[in-house]
Design a protein around this ligand. Structure first.
Ligand code: ZN
Length: 383
């Protein structure tokens, strides 16, 4: 299997091509044009928002997507206490998240003068996930297709937030994606809605949001909330460790080894292995390699997950694939699976406890799938 000599992405990775020199299109920055355009637009919206005065029509200057994780807690504090914005902190209760963030949300409610609200729609988001997992994606695929379940989940609740902001005339929505996510996220409200239509069709879109989405598509530009990615302003200085240290100093962070943790993580790996022959975090791992190659002294992770420099990623990926597909097919010995997974996750810098916790979640993959109405296939990647 040909792989990129710099970042080790396979030539079958969706949206990626390998050149004759053995270097992939992401490493040679073929994608830079698109990403740069997105970056310029995003930066302009952020500057307009921070410079602008209070919103003329409503009670809030922005709807702030608040997960309780370190990034959004850090920015919420900044927006309210430094920028003086009137903030509606919006938390979508994702049913797949075994959240360790509840403690942080409680601290924020006590210490940050914003209005807090929680939203949820378990049936709606589960229907979307069932559809994504049970469907066969079209080949050869586009950039980020291996992350479709994750992207769809986020799109679902971002659209709910957009609708809330639209109804209450809140002009901006703040999304604290980390700097790597920003470059891969749609920043135009109408395009987010169109993307959901394209991915799920009229029926599921109608069931999820009734006729409200059409109003968004036909609204005047000025009536649509605009999306702000505040971390764009810190793109070259994003430092998770410093963020955590600052939050602890202000009493806004209850430390937890696992941040917000998605219980679908094993299934996400199953999805990316069966459809795209890669582990779920492959792009993150590849981009980390690229960064290390560019700067030998690069010792700060700019991403949420860390990939030890010495780890042999293609080898770890093959082993992980084997275990994941065996568990999905109900083959092999669970005790052997568990010790294999613990070994793999500790190689990826997880503590012994975290590795064992995660391994057990992988062992429960079939049960999680059954609970959501997802059918697992036992075969490997499909052509
Ligand atoms: Zn590459």
């Amino acid at each position: 299997m040909p792989i990129c000599t710099v970042c080790s992405l396979k030539d079958t990775h969706p949206g990626v091509t390998l050149g004759d020199d053995g270097v992939c299109s992401l490493c040679t920055l073929d994608a830079a044009g698109d990403l740069l355009e997105n970056f310029v637009y995003t930066r302009r919206v952020f500057e307009e928002f921070t410079r602008g005065g209070p919103a003329p029509d409503g009670d809030y200057d922005c709807l702030f997507m608040y997960s309780g994780g370190k990034d959004s807690t850090y920015m919420l504090d900044k927006f309210v206490n430094e920028y003086g914005k009137r903030v509606l902190a919006y938390t979508f209760d994702v049913p797949f998240e075994s959240t360790h963030a509840a403690g942080n949300i409680k601290l924020a409610r006590e210490r940050i003068p914003a209005t807090f609200m929680t939203d949820s729609d378990d049936d709606g988001i589960k229907a979307v996930m069932r559809e994504v997992f049970n469907r066969t994606p079209e080949k050869p695929g586009k950039y980020l297709d291996e992350k479709l379940p994750c992207v769809s989940c986020r799109t679902f609740f971002v659209i709910r937030a957009v609708l809330h902001a639209y109804r209450h005339r809140i002009p901006y929505i703040v999304l604290c994606a980390d700097p790597q996510q920003i470059l891969t996220m749609e920043s135009d409200t109408r395009e987010i809605v169109r993307g959901f239509y394209r991915a799920f069709g009229a029926r599921l879109t109608g069931e999820s949001f009734r006729s409200e989405l059409e109003q968004l598509l036909f609204a005047e530009d000025g009536e649509l909330p605009r999306i702000v990615f505040p971390f764009i302003a810190m793109r070259y200085a994003y430092d998770p460790d410093r963020i955590v240290a600052e939050l602890k100093e202000k009493g806004l962070y209850a430390s937890s080894p696992l941040e917000t943790h998605c219980t679908l993580f094993p299934l996400l790996n199953y999805y990316s292995f069966t459809n795209w022959d890669c582990m779920f975090y492959k792009l993150n791992a590849a981009s980390h390699r690229r960064a290390v190659r560019r700067d030998e002294n690069h010792d700060r992770s700019t991403f949420s997950i860390s990939f030890p420099r010495a780890a042999d990623l293609p080898w770890i990926e093959e082993r992980l694939k084997k275990v994941v597909l065996e568990i999905a097919a109900d083959r092999g010995d669970p005790a052997a699976h568990e010790s294999e997974l613990v070994d793999l996750f500790t190689r990826l810098d997880a503590s012994e406890d975290a590795a064992r916790f995660l391994a057990r979640e992988f062992l429960g993959m079939r049960k999680t799938a059954a609970g959501l109405g997802i059918t697992l296939r036992s075969s490997g990647a499909r052509a």
